[in-house]
Design a protein around this ligand. Structure first.
Ligand code: HEC
Ligand code: HEC
Length: 238
């Protein structure tokens, strides 16, 4: 354990010095960008079987921001990770490490994961955590109305990918959104619509490009209200 912490400190110090890689030009706005290209360490990590015990140790450094439970924070700064599909976790981390998704806050820590095996281990550990139910929701006085408006949009345009309960699709890299914090969802929805989350799925971008800010609020309010049966804490999982 001591060695790992020391190693993490040394690596993050040297990486912090080097800084994140310059953002690649590729991305949703770029020419010839292929979403989820089947290449790089992601492919290696996806083939490996993750070890939950080793993953727990690797996760220690992550808990500082994402919390030891993987709950993240209701203020939307740090997303909930608990229960996310391993495929999604591996893809997002590989994208962050490769400069395809901007995350300067996390970059030095993402860079401490040593190899594809460690990506697989930490992802297996996170996927296994139950999804906390007390996450950040939309709290306006018109919550019921917003959730209803959002449900309408979601069922027409999002459900086929993210599922009726926000369960996503592991084999297709579609994220779980059940239990995610409202403020994080709203930020991601805005960044994806405006072309700032460069690794976004182009088919999803097409769907949300025309959304107004009000529609983004409603759809985020609805997503934050979703529960994924069997995966929520206290609901068959602990
Ligand atoms: C210094 C704080 C910090 C630390 C430490 C940190 N992260 Fe993060 N992480 C973030 C932030 C901030 C985001 C959200 C970035 C954004 O809004 O796009 C994030 C996003 C993520 C995402 C994408 C989630 C999603 O829903 O798309 C994954 C996966 C992730 N972190 C995994 C990890 C793992 C694993 C570790 C430990 C190796 C870790 N993080 C350590 C701050 C941190
Ligand atoms: C064609 C399938 C598809 C459709 C349709 C789609 N999405 Fe997505 N969505 C994805 C994929 C894939 C990602 C992950 C993108 C990546 O690779 O980073 C994603 C990411 C997200 C995220 C970010 C999750 C996170 O943890 O950071 C949110 C929130 C989201 N989608 C909500 C929606 C909503 C709401 C709709 C409907 C308006 C929608 N999506 C429509 C496939 C889709």
């Amino acid at each position: 354990m001591k060695t790992r912490i020391l190693l993490a400190a040394v690596l993050s110090a040297s990486v912090a010095f080097a800084g994140p890689p310059a953002p690649k030009k590729e991305g949703i706005e770029g020419q010839g960008y292929v979403w989820n290209a089947q290449e790089g360490e992601k492919i290696e990590a996806l083939k490996l079987k993750g070890d939950v015990t080793r993953g727990e140790e690797a996760y220690e450094v992550c808990g500082a921001c994402h919390l030891p439970s993987g709950a993240g924070r209701p203020d939307g700064t740090f997303p909930q990770l608990a229960g996310q599909h391993t495929t999604v976790l591996i893809k997002q981390m590989a994208d962050i490490r490769a400069g395809l998704r901007d995350n300067p806050t996390m970059y030095p820590f993402a860079a401490t994961l040593i190899d594809p095996q460690e990506l697989a281990d930490v992802s297996a550990y996170i996927e296994n955590l139950c999804i906390p139910t007390d996450h950040g929701k939309y709290e306006g006085a018109d919550a019921a109305l917003q959730v209803a408006k959002g449900k309408d949009l979601y069922e027409k345009q999002c459900k086929e990918c993210h599922g009726g309960s926000g369960e996503g699709d592991k084999s297709k890299f579609y994220p779980v959104i059940a239990g995610q914090h409202y403020k994080y969802l709203l930020r991601q929805m805005t960044e994806i619509r405006d072309g700032h989350r460069r690794n976004a799925n182009p088919d999803m971008v097409k769907v949300i490009k025309p959304y107004t800010d009000d529609q983004l609020v409603a759809i985020s309010a609805y997503q934050a209200s979703l529960k994924m049966p069997g995966a929520m804490c206290g609901d068959g999982k602990k």
